[in-house]
Design a protein around this ligand. Structure first.
Ligand code: MLT
Length: 410
């Protein structure tokens, strides 16, 4: 008898965004003339910058000519892209990341889930609450948790609340943990961690022989020059942290698919007999066994993000979404709603007005204003009573969404 991985039976009904999609599809089917504005999933809406499109097309043209055609590329990514990343994302900030410590992939969602394969099942995992649901669900799928309780928290995970009281940067865990997921600028709260706060986490990891899994998918949205873009800006982080980066939100690549993970050669964890094993070799083994690389034209498109004109065009795109975030923030504040984030991130974290739960507010907004956001409780128990709005949409839709939101809460 074939058996399923019964850990999947512990998962809650559906992944958050498909569940939202299901409710919205039903609403649209019942109300076919409603003009629904979607500020739910953080999916980009604006066209790719021309420098990126041109590089992609050039890559396709090379694939269509025998003399420049390429078959399998290096699983870890082409040198031209890894070198551009090392130079522009890290060296330019005085951070040492070598090109061969960079693993190009098709997404940070995949990488943050797949990374668990190189860690033992008995690691104690700390999860900030609220959190990007992928970190939790992939741990459940991998069998690292018990069942969930009525709040949706899984036995075996250590939840560390990020609340308004602690500025959405949680305290260090009270018990010893081995793996810690951190995401800054944060999804879903849109808040950032200061250098001092990140330094405390790196010190904790060093002291407790723990590894930080640092998701920096939104670093391009940082506007405050004092906020670190990379965990490696913190002394000692090269020994204790793996960093995930993505071109999805940086350059409009959600439908293109290209990201990368940094595994410094100096990060180690314990082997069977307690000996130190570099994680770089393990991840390289995993990556080359299970992944055949990102397509050549897409890597050329990603390389163009770092060209002089690519940089300018990408910055224009980011500024556009950041202006959307500001309009949402200011529009909601003007209506007397408490909001967080949206200054160094494309997400605005909204306190739900009155005593409505996140899902009640979701339904109210959808039914009365035809507006879609993301219920905070979908990101964890501490997200209850909050609502996330994404700044990824056209200016026209964002302005209209703000007007509709103001009407609902007035
Ligand atoms: C989100 O809305 O949280 C993100 O778009 C999801 C993702 O990046 O996978």
């Amino acid at each position: 008898m074939a058996r399923i991985n019964t850990s999947y039976q512990k998962l809650k009904a559906g992944y958050l965004f498909p569940e939202i999609g299901r409710r919205v599809s039903k609403f649209v089917a019942d109300n076919p003339t409603a003009k629904v504005i979607r500020l739910g999933i953080g999916d980009v809406t604006e066209a790719l910058p021309p420098a990126i499109v041109a590089a992609w097309q050039q890559g396709v043209a090379e694939m269509g000519t025998r003399s420049t055609f390429r078959g399998y590329g290096p699983e870890q990514g082409y040198d031209f892209l890894r070198e551009a990343i090392a130079k522009h994302d890290f060296a330019s900030r005085g951070v040492r990341v070598d090109a061969d410590e960079i693993f190009v992939s098709d997404g940070s969602k995949c990488d943050t889930g797949n990374i668990l394969e190189i860690f033992g099942d008995d690691n104690k995992v700390a999860i900030v609450d609220p959190v990007y649901p992928v970190y939790v669900d992939t741990n459940v799928m991998a069998g690292r948790t018990g069942p969930s309780n009525e709040q949706g928290r899984y036995e075996g995970l250590v939840y560390i609340p990020a609340t308004a009281e602690n500025g959405f940067v949680p305290e260090l865990p009270k018990e010893r943990v081995d793996l810690i997921y951190l995401c800054y600028p944060n999804n879903p709260t849109g808040m950032v961690a200061t250098r001092e706060q990140l330094t405390r986490w790196v010190e904790y990891a060093k002291k407790n022989d723990a590894i930080i899994l640092f998701d920096a998918a939104y670093e391009a949205y940082i506007t405050d020059p004092t906020i670190p873009h990379s965990i490696y800006e913190i002394d000692g982080a090269r020994d204790v942290a793996i960093e995930f980066r993505s071109f999805s939100k940086t350059a409009g690549f959600t439908g293109v698919r290209c990201a990368f993970t940094v595994v410094p050669k100096s990060v180690t964890a314990a082997g069977l007999g307690g000996e130190r094993i570099p994680l770089h070799g393990l991840w390289n083994r995993r990556h080359t066994t299970k992944f055949n690389g990102v397509s050549y034209p897409v890597q050329r498109a990603a390389e163009a993000i770092y060209s002089p004109e690519g940089k300018k065009q990408v910055q224009t795109l980011i500024d556009f979404y950041l202006t959307n975030a500001r309009l949402i923030r200011e529009g909601l504040q003007a209506a007397g709603v408490k909001v967080y984030g949206g200054v160094n991130a494309p997400y605005v974290w909204v306190k739900t007005p009155g005593s409505q739960t996140s899902w009640e507010f979701f339904d109210r907004l959808l039914q009365t204003a035809h507006l879609v956001g993301t219920p905070g409780s979908g990101f964890g128990a501490s997200g209850e009573g909050y609502f996330r709005l994404s700044a990824f949409n056209s200016r026209e839709n964002v302005e209209e969404a703000v007007r509709r939101f103001q009407k609902v809460v007035s």
